[in-house]
Design a protein around this ligand. Structure first.
Ligand code: 5MM
Length: 336
């Protein structure tokens, strides 16, 4: 496949009015989500919950792609259809999380580096055969006293670039996700400084590793106040700071930015995305790749009961629709 064709997939993922559903929670993360509603994280519960999400009627109006976890990519719907086929039948592009998680960075306190490069070339070939058309790798940068260190940012940026190059070689569109966490009491200015430095280092490494920018997507955090910062920045401040930071760091040849929600409430994540699109003309599409901000109300509606399937799907459809409107800057609180 040519870079041109990979670029077309990247463009389809950021098609007007649509974004990505991140349903790639690893086993420990999905367990945390299920624990909150007292539902055991068995393989069947994970399968049936995700089948409800993927078979939501009309999801394809607002969702261009779904990121899956290794287990989910191999699972099948009740009628025997493999999940990747369930999605492509609806015109939704299946993707796969390929990193092996953020692990302690040796020699540094409380910082992490994402692992998973060993054997990645072979895994990517298998994922493509199973139907994935794009991939995702998440790096985690923590803000705190004296951190992040330059060494942590550089180690993660290098791994992200090596992953992205391998994806393009295997004919998968890489989503590059350097997440600066919103945990902590830092203010929005500190988040902007750290996000700016992180993205500068990521794009320098992508360049070094010959990654084709037209054939990838960036999944950044928004520039936002730390969760426990006494002064929470307004929607206008978040939108302005995020757009400014992205304009200073992300080349115009990248087709789209698919923001993560990072622990924002579903409404807050929609409102912030909407405001950025209201600000207007950008060199890239500004879209979403939300996990919690799309799924929180759906999981709450489920409570582990198959009889709640219609409520789960209604909740997911609603959030997807609101974010679809935010892609145009057309979201209003009345939609809630
Ligand atoms: C859905 O969660 C993804 C996988 O996380 P783990 O590897 O920790 O299980 C995660 O990468 C997610 O795609 C991003 O963090 C965006 O999700 P949010 O909830 O922040 O929008």
């Amino acid at each position: 496949m040519t870079a041109y064709k990979l670029g077309k997939i990247a463009q389809s993922l950021v098609h007007a009015g649509k974004g990505i559903l991140a349903a790639d929670e690893s086993s420990p993360t999905i367990k945390k989500r299920f624990d909150r509603i007292n539902v055991p994280s068995s393989e069947e519960n994970r399968r049936s919950y995700r089948e409800m999400l993927f078979t939501t009627q009309g999801l394809e109006e607002f969702v261009s792609g779904v990121i899956l976890f290794d287990e989910t990519l191999r699972q099948i719907a009740q009628d025997g259809t493999p999940f990747p086929k369930v999605l492509t039948n609806k015109g939704i592009i299946p993707g796969i999380k390929v990193d092996k998680g953020a692990k302690a960075l040796a020699g540094f306190h409380s910082e992490k580096v994402t692992e998973g490069l060993d054997g990645l070339r072979d895994r990517l070939i298998e994922y493509r055969e199973l139907g994935a058309q794009f991939a995702k790798w998440r790096a985690v940068i923590t803000i705190g006293e004296g951190i992040p260190t330059r060494a942590c940012i550089d180690a993660n940026a290098h791994a992200l670039a090596r992953y992205a190059a391998l994806c393009q070689e295997a004919e998968l569109v890489p989503i590059v996700e350097p997440e600066v966490l919103m945990d902590g009491k830092h203010d929005i200015e500190r988040c902007e400084d750290v996000t700016t430095l992180t993205l500068r280092r990521v794009f320098a490494e992508l360049h070094e590793q010959n990654v084709i920018l037209e054939a990838m997507l960036l999944k950044p955090n928004m520039v936002i106040s730390g969760k426990t910062c006494p002064r929470q920045a307004s929607v206008d401040e978040v939108a302005e700071a995020t757009v400014r930071c992205m304009r200073r760091t992300v080349p115009a040849s990248v087709p789209g930015l698919v923001f993560l929600s990072g622990g924002q409430s579903p409404e807050q994540a929609t409102e912030n995305l909407n405001r950025m699109n209201v600000i207007g003309q950008h060199p890239w599409e500004l879209s979403f790749s939300y996990g919690r901000a799309l799924q929180e109300p759906a999981i709450a509606a489920w409570q582990g009961k198959a009889s709640n399937a219609a409520l789960v799907q209604k909740a997911l459809y609603h959030r997807a629709k609101c974010n679809g409107a935010a892609r145009y800057g057309n979201y209003t609180k009345e939609m809630e």
